[in-house]
Design a protein around this ligand. Sequence first.
Ligand SMILES: [Zn+2]
Ligand SMILES: [Zn+2]
Length: 298
Amino acid sequence: MTADFRVTLLGTGVPIPSPDRFGPCTLVEAGDRKFLVDAGRGATIRLYQLKIPIGRIDVQLLTHYHSDHVSCVADVWLTGWLESHFGTRKTPYRVIGPTGAKRLMENLERAYADDIKIRVADEKLPLSGIAIDVSEYDRDGLIYDQNGVKVIAFEVDHGDVIKPCYGYRFEYGGRVAVLSSDTRYNQNVIKHGAGADLLVHEVASARPELMREAYIQRIIAHHTTPYDCGRVFAQTRPKLAAFTHIVQLASATIPPPSVEDMIAETRRAYDGPLEVGEDLMSFEIGDTVTVKRLMPKN
Ligand SMILES: [Zn+2]
Ligand SMILES: [Zn+2]
């Protein structure tokens, strides 16, 4: 039986243009609904690998406006409109995000006006499929409630000037998946992460010798260290905790911390189930949470 509630990490990376970890993007499938949370670099490629037509996404959710989280929004919107089997959208592209979503989408419409004009004239694509239906919110609360799926947005703390920034809690069939978005150690994640079956959290780490650098301290201060993630997991006790948005800082002379180092740090505060996310890793949420990998191990 295929699971009716599944979270798939499409991109577990950060701004680094790595072929192994694409830009931040997570697919949430609940019942017949498909949500894309952010659309970082390569989101359309990962959907194609999953054989999910891009136009099949019901709602594009946005967490915040760092470019690595939204750089593929235009591609999802435009390529999802194409008539080919990988596109197919005939209805408006639905976007929900914190304040700023309308400005982003209006500006994209301006930027791509010529493409839209050309394709309507040349390919006779329906205007309904390239229309944008965007809504914004500016506080914690229920932002989606249809077909048994509830989505609750909650504000997180990504730094004093990186606002707004929100995480998401998905509720479906008595089960809960929570995505932290980009954040420092934050009580609101603990509040909304409580009782989750799956808690997917961002993480950022550097070797101690690199932590002396001011610019590294600045980056780490916008994120959550593995030890602090462990504290979040220990207080929320999800059935499964997973890392995504994996920041492994390095310099020309100091290598990045290994995944094993990050797990060891997390284990200082948390002893429950833990997965370090990889692109195309999925979590099927039933009575238990089952992990699947689509990407072959090197
Ligand atoms: Zn960010
Ligand atoms: Zn980020």
